[in-house]
Write a protein that binds this ligand. Structure first.
Ligand code: GLC
Length: 465
């Protein structure tokens, strides 16, 4: 009798990842967003830059570096570098949200979407930030700076930095963005200065500084980066931080203060503290607020912003530990039956109508409105490992492992507890598969944490003394 060996969950996941690879000619250049053939493809048959990041990290750890090399080389050519003729064209520096391989006759070409085709015409600002973070990871994994040092790559970096560090209508060090400019690519009230973008911005600036060739040409840019990083880190650590102590402070804030050295700089009115938070904030732990602007503090917890703040050392060491403590203390809200919620809590009722524009996909506790996204598992694991809280990462992986393969690797889960498979979730979602594998790989090979993790920045601090 022939014995058929049962595949382990990792083996299954690895096979699926291989199946998702997109070829351009005979070269692997990316991965499909989902392998789901049962639902209308929309743009899930494309390679999204943000979705490709965990896939790329898995491959880098496994030593399959070719595909990342090809991906980086091809995406550089997609970046817009010329001045736009009209404002419907992408601005120079922007990287596409996604691309696919098209063909005319027997000739293939890459067709990129800069948000000009995307639902809602959202601008994918996170793409160029993830791209720099990935270029650094590639450089670290291969020990080879020569790709990043090629003139095309140096100029791609400069284009991105120009658009991020150029003049804007604002007077804070944070990056001002429109709604839906990141993984949450629909109206969700993440316009202005969302932590989801700020953490990536910080990690990208630090990565770019490592990748730029230090010469006369780039010195000005490096100075600009250091300048920005210094005030940026202060701004986030001081003004976005929320814990019980800070909440008490805001609770007793005086409004309408004028002048340079006032306490309530952003004129946050105590009445804007949502009732849920006064009950939910644990005695121990804290987190970075979702957004901060004039008269506006978004008190929701956003996962990517907080986890990436730990990974990139945007949060201080003690804040990083406290964020993980909060996740532990509020495990049932934030992780529950599937790691983990993209944001908490969901908005509902009139707030849902106003904030999402009555979006039927973003109903309370679904999709981007409090849905649970297994891809976030790798960031949770990386953040937990970095801070010596492997126990939290392990707990989360065990939950995911008990369901993901059986549920066919859904894109997201619904419900307050994340018990239901997302209403419109794709199956065999590539970054769900990669997120799981990556969490496992990082746990088994902690030395690879350095591909994404950063220590406390000493350079910018030194420049700002
Ligand atoms: C959805 C998600 C987005 C993701 C894309 C492809 O649009 O909102 O974050 O990149 O699907 O998976």
């Amino acid at each position: 009798m022939v014995s058929v060996k049962k595949l382990t969950i990792e083996e299954k996941a690895n096979r699926l990842l291989e199946e998702a690879i997109i070829y351009y000619g005979d070269r692997p250049v990316g991965a499909l967003a989902a392998l789901d053939s049962t639902t209308e493809a929309l743009n899930y048959d494309q390679c999204f830059i943000r979705d490709f990041v965990p896939v790329a990290l898995v491959f880098l750890i496994q030593g399959k570096t070719d595909i990342i090399y090809n991906f980086l080389v091809e995406t550089v050519t997609l970046q817009k570098q010329e001045r736009r003729i009209d404002c419907y064209q992408p601005p120079p520096g922007l990287m596409p949200a996604s691309f696919k391989v098209g063909s005319k006759g027997d000739k293939q070409y890459l067709d990129a979407d800069f948000g000009d085709q995307a639902i809602g015409r959202v601008t994918p600002i996170d793409s160029c930030l993830w791209w720099i973070i990935l270029l650094r990871a590639y450089t670290k994994a291969t020990g080879n700076l020569s790709l990043a040092h090629q003139p095309e790559f140096q100029s791609a970096l400069r284009f991105i930095l120009d658009i991020c560090l150029g003049p804007q209508f604002e007077m804070t060090p944070t990056l001002l963005v429109p709604d839906g400019a990141c993984m949450i690519d629909r109206r969700m009230g993440v316009d202005g200065y969302p932590i989801e973008i700020q953490s990536l911005f910080y990690a990208a600036l630090r990565s770019a500084r490592e990748l730029l060739i230090p010469n006369i040409e780039s010195q000005d840019l490096i100075n600009k980066i250091n300048n920005r990083l210094g005030s940026f880190i202060y701004h986030i650590r001081a003004y976005y931080w929320l814990d019980l102590l800070k909440l008490n402070e805001i609770h007793r804030y005086k409004g309408d203060q004028f002048g340079e050295s006032v306490v309530n700089k952003f004129n946050i009115y105590p009445d804007s503290i949502p009732y849920w938070l006064t009950e939910w904030m644990p005695d121990r732990g804290g987190y970075l607020a979702g957004n901060l602007g004039p008269g506006r503090m978004d008190f929701r917890f956003f996962a990517i912003g907080n986890l990436m703040a730990i990974i990139s050392s945007l949060a201080t060491e003690s804040q990083s530990k406290e964020i993980l403590t909060l996740i532990e203390e509020r495990w049932d809200s934030l992780v529950s039956r599937m790691p983990m919620k993209v944001c908490f809590p969901a908005v509902d009722g009139l707030a849902w109508q106003i904030i999402t524009g009555s979006d039927p996909k973003n109903t309370p506790w679904s999709y981007h409105n409090g849905g649970s996204w297994p891809v976030l598992l790798w960031m949770l694991m990386a953040a937990a490992q970095k801070m010596g809280r492997e126990d939290l990462g392990d707990r989360a992986v065990a939950i995911a492992q008990s369901r993901l393969a059986e549920d066919q690797w859904p894109e997201y889960y619904d419900g307050k507890n994340g018990r239901l498979i997302g209403k419109s979730a794709r199956m065999y979602q590539t970054w769900t598969i990669a997120g799981f594998l990556l969490a496992k790989l990082l746990r088994d090979n902690p030395n690879y944490l350095s591909l994404v993790c950063m220590d406390e920045d000493t350079e910018a601090a030194a420049c700002n003394i």
